[in-house]
Ligand binder design. Structure first.
Ligand SMILES: Cc1cc2nc3c(=O)[nH]c(=O)nc-3n(C[C@H](O)[C@H](O)[C@H](O)COP(=O)(O)O)c2cc1C
Length: 363
Protein backbone atom coordinates (compact mmCIF):
# COMPACT_ATOMS: atom_id res chain seq x y z
CA UNK A 1 0.00 0.00 0.00
CA UNK A 2 1.20 3.52 -0.72
CA UNK A 3 2.24 5.46 2.36
CA UNK A 4 1.59 8.80 0.63
CA UNK A 5 -1.58 9.59 2.58
CA UNK A 6 0.30 9.21 5.88
CA UNK A 7 3.27 11.31 4.79
CA UNK A 8 1.32 14.12 3.18
CA UNK A 9 1.72 17.46 5.01
CA UNK A 10 -1.27 18.82 6.90
CA UNK A 11 -2.06 22.45 7.47
CA UNK A 12 -4.70 24.02 9.65
CA UNK A 13 -4.50 27.61 10.87
CA UNK A 14 -0.96 28.06 12.22
CA UNK A 15 -0.37 24.31 12.45
CA UNK A 16 1.81 22.93 9.66
CA UNK A 17 2.54 19.25 10.13
CA UNK A 18 5.00 17.38 7.92
CA UNK A 19 2.93 14.19 8.11
CA UNK A 20 -0.31 12.84 9.58
CA UNK A 21 1.05 11.09 12.67
CA UNK A 22 -0.01 12.46 16.05
CA UNK A 23 1.52 11.02 19.21
CA UNK A 24 -1.47 10.20 21.41
CA UNK A 25 -1.46 11.63 24.95
CA UNK A 26 -0.09 9.10 27.43
CA UNK A 27 0.16 9.59 31.18
CA UNK A 28 3.61 8.55 32.32
CA UNK A 29 3.82 9.58 36.00
CA UNK A 30 7.52 10.37 35.73
CA UNK A 31 7.27 13.97 37.00
CA UNK A 32 7.90 13.93 40.78
CA UNK A 33 5.97 16.64 42.56
CA UNK A 34 4.16 17.49 39.32
CA UNK A 35 7.23 19.02 37.64
CA UNK A 36 8.33 17.55 34.30
CA UNK A 37 11.99 16.51 34.49
CA UNK A 38 14.79 16.74 31.93
CA UNK A 39 14.16 13.06 31.23
CA UNK A 40 10.59 13.90 30.30
CA UNK A 41 11.86 16.61 27.93
CA UNK A 42 14.31 14.13 26.39
CA UNK A 43 11.51 11.54 26.01
CA UNK A 44 9.42 13.98 23.96
CA UNK A 45 12.48 15.19 22.05
CA UNK A 46 13.20 11.61 20.94
CA UNK A 47 9.69 11.42 19.40
CA UNK A 48 10.29 14.75 17.60
CA UNK A 49 13.62 13.40 16.29
CA UNK A 50 11.66 10.32 15.23
CA UNK A 51 9.55 12.46 12.88
CA UNK A 52 6.24 12.44 14.77
CA UNK A 53 4.07 15.09 13.06
CA UNK A 54 2.48 16.46 16.25
CA UNK A 55 3.17 15.36 19.81
CA UNK A 56 0.27 15.59 22.24
CA UNK A 57 1.69 15.41 25.74
CA UNK A 58 0.44 13.26 28.57
CA UNK A 59 -2.57 14.79 30.32
CA UNK A 60 -1.37 17.68 32.51
CA UNK A 61 -3.43 19.21 35.30
CA UNK A 62 -5.13 22.60 35.22
CA UNK A 63 -5.11 24.80 38.34
CA UNK A 64 -7.74 23.14 40.51
CA UNK A 65 -6.83 21.33 43.76
CA UNK A 66 -7.97 17.89 42.54
CA UNK A 67 -7.41 18.13 38.79
CA UNK A 68 -4.99 15.18 39.04
CA UNK A 69 -5.02 12.00 41.09
CA UNK A 70 -1.31 11.24 41.14
CA UNK A 71 1.44 13.57 42.40
CA UNK A 72 3.83 12.29 39.71
CA UNK A 73 1.70 13.54 36.83
CA UNK A 74 2.93 16.94 35.62
CA UNK A 75 0.87 20.03 36.47
CA UNK A 76 0.23 22.87 34.08
CA UNK A 77 0.25 25.69 36.61
CA UNK A 78 2.84 27.23 38.89
CA UNK A 79 6.15 28.87 37.98
CA UNK A 80 8.45 25.85 38.24
CA UNK A 81 5.92 23.58 36.55
CA UNK A 82 5.53 25.93 33.59
CA UNK A 83 9.29 26.52 33.38
CA UNK A 84 9.71 22.75 33.11
CA UNK A 85 7.14 22.62 30.31
CA UNK A 86 8.98 25.45 28.53
CA UNK A 87 12.04 23.24 28.49
CA UNK A 88 9.99 20.42 26.95
CA UNK A 89 8.71 22.77 24.23
CA UNK A 90 12.21 24.06 23.51
CA UNK A 91 13.66 20.54 23.24
CA UNK A 92 10.91 19.42 20.86
CA UNK A 93 11.27 22.56 18.73
CA UNK A 94 15.06 22.19 18.64
CA UNK A 95 14.50 18.77 17.09
CA UNK A 96 12.09 20.23 14.52
CA UNK A 97 8.94 18.87 16.17
CA UNK A 98 5.58 20.34 17.13
CA UNK A 99 3.84 19.85 20.46
CA UNK A 100 0.52 20.47 22.20
CA UNK A 101 -0.22 19.90 25.91
CA UNK A 102 -3.27 17.85 26.82
CA UNK A 103 -5.07 19.93 29.45
CA UNK A 104 -6.74 17.63 31.93
CA UNK A 105 -9.02 17.46 34.91
CA UNK A 106 -9.83 13.97 36.17
CA UNK A 107 -13.06 14.93 37.98
CA UNK A 108 -14.52 12.09 40.03
CA UNK A 109 -13.12 9.31 37.86
CA UNK A 110 -10.82 7.94 40.50
CA UNK A 111 -10.05 8.45 44.15
CA UNK A 112 -12.06 10.13 46.86
CA UNK A 113 -10.70 13.58 47.63
CA UNK A 114 -7.21 12.11 47.28
CA UNK A 115 -5.36 15.30 46.39
CA UNK A 116 -8.07 17.83 47.25
CA UNK A 117 -11.83 18.16 47.11
CA UNK A 118 -13.10 16.31 44.03
CA UNK A 119 -14.72 18.42 41.29
CA UNK A 120 -17.54 16.66 39.50
CA UNK A 121 -20.96 17.46 38.10
CA UNK A 122 -22.91 15.43 40.65
CA UNK A 123 -20.47 13.82 43.08
CA UNK A 124 -20.73 10.38 41.50
CA UNK A 125 -18.22 8.48 39.43
CA UNK A 126 -20.37 6.12 37.37
CA UNK A 127 -23.95 5.60 36.27
CA UNK A 128 -26.06 4.47 39.22
CA UNK A 129 -23.20 5.22 41.63
CA UNK A 130 -23.77 6.66 45.08
CA UNK A 131 -22.73 10.31 45.57
CA UNK A 132 -19.48 10.33 47.55
CA UNK A 133 -18.87 14.06 47.52
CA UNK A 134 -20.81 17.24 46.85
CA UNK A 135 -21.39 18.49 43.29
CA UNK A 136 -19.43 21.44 41.92
CA UNK A 137 -20.91 24.78 42.94
CA UNK A 138 -21.36 27.68 40.51
CA UNK A 139 -18.13 29.13 41.76
CA UNK A 140 -16.28 25.79 41.31
CA UNK A 141 -17.57 25.68 37.74
CA UNK A 142 -16.50 29.26 37.01
CA UNK A 143 -13.07 28.69 38.55
CA UNK A 144 -12.56 25.48 36.56
CA UNK A 145 -13.50 27.16 33.29
CA UNK A 146 -11.05 29.95 34.13
CA UNK A 147 -8.35 27.38 34.97
CA UNK A 148 -8.62 25.80 31.50
CA UNK A 149 -8.50 29.24 29.86
CA UNK A 150 -5.44 30.28 31.86
CA UNK A 151 -3.69 27.02 30.99
CA UNK A 152 -4.44 27.56 27.29
CA UNK A 153 -3.06 31.11 27.43
CA UNK A 154 0.04 29.81 29.23
CA UNK A 155 0.51 27.11 26.59
CA UNK A 156 0.46 29.71 23.85
CA UNK A 157 2.84 31.96 25.79
CA UNK A 158 5.30 29.08 26.34
CA UNK A 159 5.40 28.40 22.61
CA UNK A 160 3.25 25.25 22.36
CA UNK A 161 1.90 24.86 18.83
CA UNK A 162 -1.68 24.00 19.81
CA UNK A 163 -3.62 22.78 22.83
CA UNK A 164 -5.77 19.74 23.40
CA UNK A 165 -8.61 19.60 25.93
CA UNK A 166 -9.18 16.17 27.46
CA UNK A 167 -12.91 15.72 27.04
CA UNK A 168 -12.83 11.91 26.86
CA UNK A 169 -12.69 8.62 28.77
CA UNK A 170 -15.03 9.49 31.66
CA UNK A 171 -12.97 12.34 33.17
CA UNK A 172 -14.38 15.70 34.25
CA UNK A 173 -15.52 17.16 30.91
CA UNK A 174 -16.94 13.78 29.85
CA UNK A 175 -18.68 13.48 33.22
CA UNK A 176 -20.73 16.50 32.16
CA UNK A 177 -21.52 14.92 28.75
CA UNK A 178 -22.62 11.60 30.26
CA UNK A 179 -26.11 11.40 31.71
CA UNK A 180 -24.81 8.64 34.02
CA UNK A 181 -22.62 11.13 35.92
CA UNK A 182 -24.38 14.43 35.20
CA UNK A 183 -27.64 14.50 37.14
CA UNK A 184 -27.52 18.22 37.95
CA UNK A 185 -30.66 20.30 37.93
CA UNK A 186 -29.12 23.50 36.58
CA UNK A 187 -28.35 24.83 33.08
CA UNK A 188 -25.36 22.44 32.74
CA UNK A 189 -27.68 19.46 32.39
CA UNK A 190 -30.86 18.62 30.54
CA UNK A 191 -32.48 15.80 28.62
CA UNK A 192 -30.30 16.30 25.53
CA UNK A 193 -26.59 15.92 24.84
CA UNK A 194 -26.61 19.52 23.56
CA UNK A 195 -27.46 20.68 27.08
CA UNK A 196 -24.86 18.43 28.67
CA UNK A 197 -22.28 19.91 26.26
CA UNK A 198 -22.63 23.36 27.80
CA UNK A 199 -19.80 22.91 30.32
CA UNK A 200 -17.39 21.95 27.54
CA UNK A 201 -18.71 24.75 25.33
CA UNK A 202 -18.15 27.27 28.13
CA UNK A 203 -14.58 26.02 28.52
CA UNK A 204 -14.01 26.23 24.77
CA UNK A 205 -15.37 29.78 24.60
CA UNK A 206 -13.10 30.86 27.45
CA UNK A 207 -10.13 29.08 25.89
CA UNK A 208 -10.82 30.64 22.52
CA UNK A 209 -11.07 34.10 24.08
CA UNK A 210 -7.74 33.46 25.82
CA UNK A 211 -5.79 32.26 22.77
CA UNK A 212 -7.39 34.26 19.96
CA UNK A 213 -8.96 33.11 16.69
CA UNK A 214 -5.90 31.64 14.94
CA UNK A 215 -4.51 29.32 17.61
CA UNK A 216 -5.38 25.63 17.02
CA UNK A 217 -7.64 24.11 19.68
CA UNK A 218 -8.16 20.35 19.68
CA UNK A 219 -10.72 18.55 21.83
CA UNK A 220 -10.41 14.85 22.59
CA UNK A 221 -13.70 13.00 22.89
CA UNK A 222 -14.79 9.41 23.29
CA UNK A 223 -18.11 7.68 23.34
CA UNK A 224 -16.71 5.00 25.68
CA UNK A 225 -15.76 5.63 29.27
CA UNK A 226 -13.28 3.80 31.46
CA UNK A 227 -16.30 3.21 33.72
CA UNK A 228 -18.30 1.59 30.89
CA UNK A 229 -16.89 0.64 27.46
CA UNK A 230 -20.32 0.10 25.89
CA UNK A 231 -22.05 3.35 26.78
CA UNK A 232 -22.30 6.17 24.22
CA UNK A 233 -22.87 9.89 24.63
CA UNK A 234 -24.53 9.89 21.19
CA UNK A 235 -26.46 6.81 20.00
CA UNK A 236 -27.22 8.14 16.51
CA UNK A 237 -25.57 10.41 13.92
CA UNK A 238 -28.20 13.07 14.73
CA UNK A 239 -27.23 13.01 18.40
CA UNK A 240 -23.56 13.06 17.46
CA UNK A 241 -24.16 16.23 15.50
CA UNK A 242 -26.07 17.71 18.46
CA UNK A 243 -23.04 16.90 20.65
CA UNK A 244 -20.26 18.15 18.36
CA UNK A 245 -21.69 21.17 16.59
CA UNK A 246 -22.01 23.30 19.76
CA UNK A 247 -18.37 22.45 20.51
CA UNK A 248 -17.27 23.52 17.04
CA UNK A 249 -19.35 26.69 17.37
CA UNK A 250 -17.70 27.40 20.74
CA UNK A 251 -14.19 27.24 19.29
CA UNK A 252 -13.08 23.62 18.84
CA UNK A 253 -11.04 23.32 15.64
CA UNK A 254 -10.09 19.66 15.52
CA UNK A 255 -11.86 16.63 17.03
CA UNK A 256 -9.60 13.88 18.40
CA UNK A 257 -11.95 10.92 18.36
CA UNK A 258 -10.81 8.23 20.76
CA UNK A 259 -11.68 4.61 20.07
CA UNK A 260 -9.96 1.55 21.41
CA UNK A 261 -9.93 0.05 17.89
CA UNK A 262 -10.02 2.58 15.07
CA UNK A 263 -11.62 0.18 12.56
CA UNK A 264 -14.83 -0.32 14.53
CA UNK A 265 -17.84 1.39 12.88
CA UNK A 266 -19.52 4.03 15.02
CA UNK A 267 -23.09 3.34 13.91
CA UNK A 268 -24.81 0.45 12.14
CA UNK A 269 -25.16 0.70 8.39
CA UNK A 270 -21.85 2.45 7.65
CA UNK A 271 -18.15 1.66 7.91
CA UNK A 272 -17.32 5.15 9.14
CA UNK A 273 -15.57 5.24 12.47
CA UNK A 274 -16.01 7.92 15.15
CA UNK A 275 -13.54 10.31 13.53
CA UNK A 276 -15.16 9.65 10.17
CA UNK A 277 -18.61 10.62 11.43
CA UNK A 278 -17.26 13.65 13.30
CA UNK A 279 -15.64 14.92 10.10
CA UNK A 280 -18.70 14.18 7.96
CA UNK A 281 -21.10 15.92 10.34
CA UNK A 282 -19.06 19.01 11.27
CA UNK A 283 -16.65 19.43 8.37
CA UNK A 284 -13.87 19.86 10.94
CA UNK A 285 -10.56 18.01 10.64
CA UNK A 286 -10.43 14.90 12.81
CA UNK A 287 -7.87 12.59 14.39
CA UNK A 288 -8.55 8.89 14.67
CA UNK A 289 -6.80 6.67 17.23
CA UNK A 290 -6.92 3.17 18.65
CA UNK A 291 -4.64 0.15 18.06
CA UNK A 292 -2.88 1.67 15.06
CA UNK A 293 -0.07 -0.68 14.07
CA UNK A 294 -0.71 -3.10 16.94
CA UNK A 295 -2.68 -6.31 17.35
CA UNK A 296 -4.34 -5.63 20.72
CA UNK A 297 -6.02 -2.64 22.39
CA UNK A 298 -4.59 -0.45 25.12
CA UNK A 299 -6.75 -1.18 28.18
CA UNK A 300 -5.59 -4.81 28.05
CA UNK A 301 -2.02 -3.46 28.05
CA UNK A 302 -2.56 -2.18 31.59
CA UNK A 303 -3.46 -5.75 32.56
CA UNK A 304 -0.14 -6.95 31.16
CA UNK A 305 -1.17 -7.99 27.66
CA UNK A 306 1.50 -7.41 25.02
CA UNK A 307 0.73 -6.61 21.37
CA UNK A 308 2.45 -7.46 18.12
CA UNK A 309 2.97 -5.19 15.13
CA UNK A 310 -0.04 -5.25 12.79
CA UNK A 311 -0.59 -4.05 9.23
CA UNK A 312 -1.64 -0.42 8.77
CA UNK A 313 -3.13 -1.02 5.30
CA UNK A 314 -6.72 -0.63 6.51
CA UNK A 315 -5.78 2.64 8.17
CA UNK A 316 -4.07 3.91 5.02
CA UNK A 317 -7.15 3.09 2.92
CA UNK A 318 -9.38 5.13 5.22
CA UNK A 319 -6.91 8.02 5.36
CA UNK A 320 -6.60 7.96 1.59
CA UNK A 321 -10.41 8.16 1.29
CA UNK A 322 -10.38 11.22 3.53
CA UNK A 323 -12.41 9.56 6.30
CA UNK A 324 -10.23 11.47 8.80
CA UNK A 325 -7.18 13.74 8.54
CA UNK A 326 -4.74 12.65 11.22
CA UNK A 327 -3.78 9.43 12.98
CA UNK A 328 -3.14 9.12 16.70
CA UNK A 329 -0.52 6.56 17.69
CA UNK A 330 -0.12 5.64 21.35
CA UNK A 331 1.68 2.52 22.51
CA UNK A 332 3.65 1.96 19.31
CA UNK A 333 5.34 5.32 19.94
CA UNK A 334 5.65 4.74 23.66
CA UNK A 335 7.54 1.55 22.90
CA UNK A 336 9.59 2.92 20.03
CA UNK A 337 10.41 6.59 19.31
CA UNK A 338 11.48 5.54 15.81
CA UNK A 339 8.13 4.02 14.83
CA UNK A 340 7.33 6.72 12.24
CA UNK A 341 10.72 6.50 10.53
CA UNK A 342 10.54 2.71 10.42
CA UNK A 343 7.08 2.85 8.83
CA UNK A 344 8.21 5.53 6.36
CA UNK A 345 11.28 3.58 5.32
CA UNK A 346 9.55 0.19 5.12
CA UNK A 347 11.66 -1.22 7.96
CA UNK A 348 8.70 -3.38 9.01
CA UNK A 349 10.89 -6.20 10.29
CA UNK A 350 12.31 -3.76 12.86
CA UNK A 351 8.90 -2.81 14.31
CA UNK A 352 8.69 -3.79 17.96
CA UNK A 353 6.17 -5.69 20.01
CA UNK A 354 4.49 -3.56 22.65
CA UNK A 355 5.54 -4.95 26.02
CA UNK A 356 4.08 -4.08 29.39
CA UNK A 357 7.59 -3.21 30.60
CA UNK A 358 7.46 -0.08 28.40
CA UNK A 359 4.87 1.37 30.80
CA UNK A 360 7.52 1.45 33.51
CA UNK A 361 10.26 3.25 31.57
CA UNK A 362 10.63 6.67 29.98
CA UNK A 363 12.82 5.77 27.02
C1 LIG B 1 0.22 4.43 29.30
C2 LIG B 1 -0.96 5.13 28.69
C3 LIG B 1 -1.38 6.34 29.22
C4 LIG B 1 -2.47 7.02 28.65
N1 LIG B 1 -2.80 8.27 29.13
C5 LIG B 1 -3.73 9.01 28.46
C6 LIG B 1 -3.93 10.39 28.79
O1 LIG B 1 -3.25 10.99 29.66
N2 LIG B 1 -4.89 11.05 28.11
C7 LIG B 1 -5.64 10.47 27.14
O2 LIG B 1 -6.51 11.12 26.55
N3 LIG B 1 -5.44 9.17 26.79
C8 LIG B 1 -4.49 8.46 27.40
N4 LIG B 1 -4.21 7.17 26.98
C9 LIG B 1 -4.89 6.65 25.80
C10 LIG B 1 -4.05 6.90 24.53
O3 LIG B 1 -3.97 8.27 24.24
C11 LIG B 1 -4.63 6.18 23.30
O4 LIG B 1 -5.90 6.70 23.03
C12 LIG B 1 -4.70 4.68 23.51
O5 LIG B 1 -3.50 4.17 24.03
C13 LIG B 1 -5.03 3.98 22.21
O6 LIG B 1 -3.99 4.17 21.29
P1 LIG B 1 -2.94 2.94 21.00
O7 LIG B 1 -3.81 1.76 20.74
O8 LIG B 1 -2.20 3.42 19.79
O9 LIG B 1 -2.10 2.77 22.20
C14 LIG B 1 -3.16 6.45 27.55
C15 LIG B 1 -2.74 5.22 27.05
C16 LIG B 1 -1.64 4.57 27.60
C17 LIG B 1 -1.19 3.26 26.97
Amino acid sequence: MSLDALFKPFQFKSLKLPNRVVMAPMTRSFSPGGVATDDVAAYYRRRAEGQVGLIVTEGTGVARPASLNDANIPRFHGDKELAAWKKVVDEVHAAGGLIAPQLWHVGSAQGKDKLGKVDSPSGISKAGGEPFTTPMTDSDVADTIAAFATAAADAKRLGFDAIELHGAHGYLIDQFFWNGTNVRDDHLNGPTIAERSKFAAEILKAVRAAVGPDYPVIIRLSQWKQQDFAVKNAETPQLLEAWLQPLADAGADIFHCSQRRFWEPEFEGSDLNFAGWAKKLTGAPTITVGSVGLSGEFIAAFGGEGSQPASIDGLLERLERGEFDLVGVGRALLQDPEWVVKIRDGRNDELKNFERAALGTLY
